[in-house]
Design a binder for this molecule. Structure first.
Ligand SMILES: NC(=O)c1ccc[n+]([C@@H]2O[C@H](COP(=O)([O-])OP(=O)(O)OC[C@H]3O[C@@H](n4cnc5c(N)ncnc54)[C@H](OP(=O)(O)O)[C@@H]3O)[C@@H](O)[C@H]2O)c1
Length: 294
């Protein structure tokens, strides 16, 4: 019993692939009991079959569905109680998707779903599990972009990143008396299958969008496709994000933000400039991208 009390349980969202998968594996191999949440039973089975006793899949957790958030939270409470854990030590909010589209052509159903996955869902989850985090004097981690600067055609991803930034920092203030940390993990380009999925979605969308609207953006999008292909070659191994997350969970005095991944340093540097300067630089950049794509 005493031994179990010394172990720390951490919930990870989006454990089926990419950053969430690597983080779940790494934490489970490095001393944490990982409550690895996934949407699909097949992913839960795959994780269970890995045979790591520290990796415990929970499903279904689709963050757009409040009833699943509630039932998973209840299952987690029951599990932690039955195993005599001292509360929940961490929530690592990773799940997310996103698309490339000009705002004029954005699929607003998908945007709504992304807002639920990245913002509302994690807040509901937090509301259910905060008493357990309090018990453990735990930490809440949020994956987001390295810089709060406008990113044309990445609105659903970056609008969520801005909101995540706001929530993570506000939570830090609201919980400052309780010994709970709210930490931003600011990621640059990470080498997962998600960029390819996003690019495939863009190609499909471009074949469906009405040409009378698409024509205004097509040269820039064509050029960006080339730039993204180059960018994708330099993306960072997701294992490095997993290591940073492990640090954020284990350092005695954690920072309120960590940065990792390709171009994250440059993006964070750009964020330091006044907003009109950033807007001016980006306007030039996207005007040039449009010219180059013609
Ligand atoms: N890759 C990058 O360069 C990068 C950079 C900065 C930030 N990020 C952020 O990091 C997160 C993970 O990205 P990734 O590259 O690892 O992507 P990924 O490999 O596509 O993984 C996305 C994960 O989120 C899950 N997910 C999606 N919608 C969900 C929902 N409604 N409810 C619960 N789970 C859901 C997916 O589950 P299914 O398998 O069931 O779809 C999957 O496990 C995203 O939030 C992304 O914005 C990524």
């Amino acid at each position: 019993m005493i031994k179990t009390k010394q172990r720390r349980a951490v919930l990870v969202t989006g454990s089926s692939s990419g950053i969430g998968y690597h983080t779940s594996m790494y934490l489970a191999e490095n001393g944490f009991t990982v409550l690895a949440t996934v949407r699909k039973e097949s992913d839960a089975t795959r994780l269970r079959e890995m045979g790591n006793p520290n990796l415990i899949p929970f499903f279904p957790l689709d963050l757009t569905k409040p009833n699943q958030i509630e039932s998973t939270s209840e299952k987690i409470k029951g599990f932690l109680h039955s195993q005599d854990f001292n509360g929940l030590y961490g929530i690592v909010n990773i799940a997310g998707g996103g698309s490339i589209a000009p705002i004029e052509l954005l699929d607003t159903h998908a945007f709504h779903s992304e807002l639920k996955t990245r913002i509302l869902g994690p807040v509901i989850l937090l509301q259910h599990l905060l008493p357990l985090i309090r018990e453990a004097k735990g930490r809440i981690l949020w994956i987001a972009t390295p810089a709060l600067i406008p990113s044309p055609f990445l609105t659903d991803i970056h609008a969520c990143d801005f909101a995540v930034n706001f929530i993570a920092r506000t939570l830090k203030l609201e919980l400052s008396q309780s010994g709970i940390s709210s930490i931003l993990i600011r990621c640059g380009g990470i080498d997962t299958t998600s960029p390819q999925k996003t690019m495939n979605k863009l190609k499909e969308s471009m074949s469906k969008w009405p040409y009378e609207k698409l024509r205004y953006y097509k040269p820039t999008l064509e050029n960006l496709k080339k730039e993204f292909t180059e960018f994708d070659k330099k993306r960072t191994d997701p294992l490095r994000v997993a290591r940073v997350i492990h640090r954020a969970l284990t350092e005695t005095k954690p920072h309120s933000r960590y940065r990792v991944g390709y171009m994250s340093g440059f993006a964070a540097f750009l964020e330091l400039f006044p907003q009109p300067v950033v807007d001016w630089l980006l306007t030039r950049r996207y005007r040039n991208a449009g010219e180059a794509g013609k």
